[in-house]
Write a protein that binds this ligand. Structure first.
Ligand code: NAP
Length: 249
């Protein structure tokens, strides 16, 4: 991979898919700015880095001002930025009628507006170096999913953002998205559902996945890294790639 000596900013890097992306980037010899709200989780991810490869930058990407500060931190520490992985996400499942309005707003803030502000803030360095953006979306952005309507809508909007910005920012910056199917991560511990509902959901997810298992964070991370890599994906932009065990086939 031609990720060696490149600099990437990864949100949600303290757990799940984001941690796996950061680890694969470290393994490829890249430098990574690790963004998320929990500093301790980010530090744990950074343990996989060699000296000088990781910058821990705790931040809440739901706050618009956080984006410019995170990009500034990357530039000050590493002198440039070659790619942005918008992976942080929030999922609150349940019928719309029962939803807490603040959860609905938070899903749009984290899943859509955070990426918007980060891409905007990162444009100067990404344009300077011919960089790329990978958005971690969801199959929920293309499937009809009762009890997950606003989560799905936030990911559908992220898909739309990906395709439009791919054209708007070409030819200097590539913009792609990976659409995971069910992946075994801490996301399932924090859906706002009762434990028995989560257990039923997990069973349903596997039953509706042709390859018959949950994905691993590494299954998703390898596609994220491939899309970041100009040697592997230099002629790919505006792609929405399902990595979902066949769930959307
Ligand atoms: N797991 C799945 O089945 C699945 C399926 C499809 C798509 N996805 C998507 O994959 C992405 C990664 O999720 P995951 O499955 O790896 O779950 P996860 O382990 O819960 O990761 C979500 C990450 O987002 C970070 N985050 C949440 N709100 C944030 C905020 N306001 N500011 C900064 N960081 C924030 C969290 O860190 P802090 O709490 O420290 O902030 C956490 O590290 C998400 O976009 C999710 O929608 C997951």
């Amino acid at each position: 991979m031609s990720l060696h000596d490149k600099t990437f900013l990864v949100t949600g890097a303290g757990s799940g898919i984001g941690r796996a992306v950061a680890r694969q980037l470290f393994g490829a010899g890249a430098r990574v700015v690790l963004v998320g709200r929990r500093a301790a989780a980010l530090c744990e991810t950074a343990e996989a880095a060699q000296d000088g490869q990781a910058l821990v930058h705790p931040a809440d990407i739901a706050r618009p001002a956080a984006a410019a500060r995170a990009v500034q931190a990357a530039l000050e520490c590493f002198g440039g930025m070659d790619g942005l992985v918008n992976n942080a996400g929030l999922a609150r499942f349940g019928p719309l009628a029962d939803a807490d309005p603040s959860d609905l707003n938070a899903m749009l803030d984290v899943n859509l507006l955070g990426p918007v502000h980060l891409i905007r803030a990162a444009l100067p360095p990404l344009r300077a170096g011919g960089g790329s953006v990978v958005n971690v979306s969801s199959v929920g952005g293309v499937l009809a999913m009762p009890d997950r309507a606003v989560y799905g809508a936030s990911k559908a909007a992220l898909n739309s953002l990906t395709r439009s910005l791919a054209r708007e920012l070409a030819p200097l910056v590539r913009v792609n998205a990976v659409l995971p199917g069910p992946v075994d991560t801490p996301m399932y511990d924090d859906l706002g559902l009762a434990p028995e509902q989560v257990a039923r959901l997990r069973d349903d997810m596997v039953d509706s996945t042709p390859l018959g298992r949950f994905g691993t964070p590494e299954d998703i991370a390898s596609w994220v890294c491939r899309l970041l890599d100009p040697e592997a994906a230099g002629w790919v932009t505006g792609a929405l790639i399902p990595v979902d065990g066949g769930r959307t086939s």
